[in-house]
Design a protein around this ligand. Structure first.
Ligand SMILES: Cc1ncc(COP(=O)(O)O)c(C=O)c1O
Length: 381
């Protein structure tokens, strides 16, 4: 049976990974500056992670959400401690889109309203309400377009005020650092005013931390760089280092009711074991400190490369903007220099989303390859 052909593929077949590297079937080593799309947080095949999953699967891989599961409480407690988010409750699910879908649903349940405000170039996933709040007409089917969503430019505080004062907006959803869009960020003043406007208008503020969370921005959550208090925080990607797990942190002003949310797979034993190993490792290995150190180094070196027009993002959620489209550059980096990087909706941006335990030596290796690839490109023009 052929696979439903929805992904343009690179002709590389990774079969194993270790730390910041993956290896293809011929043993060729690739430096992973893409982290499987910001998913690999603690590194490929980390020993703590392998041990935790192996132990758990040999005991009990799965049981439904109808029984006691102490691993969910351990995960929630460790998440609270490491994130510093003291005032939230946790709902577990299995992906980023599902986390946002539940976040939007909760906002609608809580406020009794249904319109959503989201932002240009934002990406929130591919399910019903999440995709409707995503600014990409090509991935919104007519069935999704039935959702009432208003997309505003980032930093358009007057627009947010105007829409919220109409009284029918249940949620404002935002990526504090845009991922798929290309690493744009709103201003501190904008985010802080949105937070206040939400509180004044019975609208819930949703921080989509699916990509920017779990230390990637240099703080546990990207919203923590600002003076804001979102009622709902959605998480996934780095949370499981590749194991499918997502979640929603929910302010206790939103009252839980039986049946309000639910899932078969969310919070299963194996997912929790993966999630706990990730939190323990981020803490034990000080990966947020490493993120900040490496980020500062990356930005400094990037600024010395004349072809780089702008260095975007924060922490290890970074983008290099060029005045040309980066498709050919990415191919040269993969096929010639054996390095994975990411693209964005903004085709001039090369995305860098490595595991959080990457070192300065790996960054040097990347910049040497980048300079060589850029030189080869100018020579062939
Ligand atoms: C900010 C953001 N939200 C939501 C999603 C959707 O996550 P998933 O692909 O796990 O459904 C993504 C995926 O790239 C994302 O970057």
């Amino acid at each position: 049976m052929p696979l439903f052909d929805v992904y343009p593929l690179y002709n590389v077949t990774p079969v194993s990974g270790k730390g910041v590297h993956v290896y293809d079937e011929n043993g060729t080593e690739y430096l992973d500056l893409y982290g499987g799309h910001a998913v690999i947080s603690i590194g490929h095949a980390h020993k703590n992670y392998v041990a935790a999953i192996t132990k758990q699967v040999s005991q009990l891989g799965f049981y439904s959400n109808a029984i006691q599961n102490p691993l969910q409480h351990e995960l929630a407690d460790k998440l609270e401690a490491l994130s510093g988010c003291k005032d939230y409750e946790l709902f577990l699910c299995s992906s980023g889109a599902e986390a946002n879908e539940n976040a939007l649903k909760l906002a609608s349940f809580q406020t009794g309203k249904s319109r959503v405000v989201a932002f240009s170039n934002g990406f929130h996933g591919r399910t019903s309400a999440a995709v409707a709040a995503t600014d990409n007409k090509n991935i919104i089917a007519p069935i999704n377009a039935q959702q009432a969503v208003t997309i505003l430019p980032l930093n358009d505080i007057e627009g947010v005020k105007r829409e919220l004062e109409k009284g029918d907006v249940c949620a404002v959803i935002v990526e504090f650092i845009q991922g798929v869009g290309g690493l744009d960020q709103g201003s501190a003043q904008f985010f802080e005013q949105v937070d206040l406007l939400c509180k004044a208008n019975n609208t819930l503020f949703i921080a989509d931390e699916v990509q920017s969370g779990y230390g990637r921005s240099g703080k546990f959550f990207a919203f923590q760089h600002y003076n804001v208090s979102p009622e709902i925080i959605s998480i996934a990607k780095g949370m499981g280092n590749g194991f499918p797990i997502g979640g929603v942190l929910i302010h206790p002003s939103i009252e839980a009711k039986y049946g309000m949310l639910g899932t078969t797979f969310g919070g299963n034993h194996l997912a929790c074991a993966a999630g706990i190993a990730v939190l323990d490792t981020i803490k034990e290995e000080n990966l947020m400190d490493n993120t900040n150190t490496i980020s500062a180094y990356f930005m400094e070196v990037a600024k010395s490369i004349p072809e780089v027009k702008t260095v975007k993002g924060r922490g290890l959620m970074l983008g290099l903007e060029f005045d040309f489209e980066v498709g050919e550059l990415r191919k040269a980096l993969i096929y010639k220099h054996h390095m994975f990087t990411g693209g964005a909706k903004n085709k001039h941006v090369l995305r860098i989303l490595p595991p959080l335990n990457i070192t300065k030596a790996h960054i040097d290796q990347f910049f040497d390859a980048l300079k060589a690839a850029l030189k080869a490109m100018t020579e062939t023009v």
